[in-house]
Design a protein around this ligand. Sequence first.
Ligand code: SF4
Length: 167
Amino acid sequence: MEWEPEALQELEKVPSHVRIMAKMAIEMSLGKKGNTIVTLADVREAEAQFRALMKKDEKTTRIAVVRCDIVSEVCPGVACFNAFNKRKVHFSDYRKDTEIIGFFTCGGCPGRRIFRLVDNLLKHNVDVIHLSSCMLMEKSYSKCPHLEDIKKMITRKGVKVVEGTHH
Ligand code: SF4
């Protein structure tokens, strides 16, 4: 199926994690009608239909950020919040109505508070927990040596983990 450049540009606005599926759905729908070219109008129409569909069971995504207790002594978390507020880097796929409901430190090695805090966040329907970039980078501080255990512990509780915030 051929895509007009404007149609492709419009498709780029679709969040990356669903873009391929959106492309396939549009092509399938147009293919059934016998169309061979995807236009900007086709993409906009598909977007409108998709939005109408999503509105039915739209749920606000709730996220939280866990960060390194050691780094928190020198970092107030501005870069993490800035990235979230502007939906940048690891927050870029979230909708505008996404809420940040927690921002907490691990409690020190080996992440002793996380277990209890995730339980608490689950009472508030948290969907995703981000591991802050300070836990992952090898810069002023070394990468968290307990990262894998922390990730496993969170995912075992049924919460999605995303590695990174502003880097
Ligand atoms: S467990 Fe990792 S994130 Fe927590 S204080 Fe230790 S190094 Fe930092």
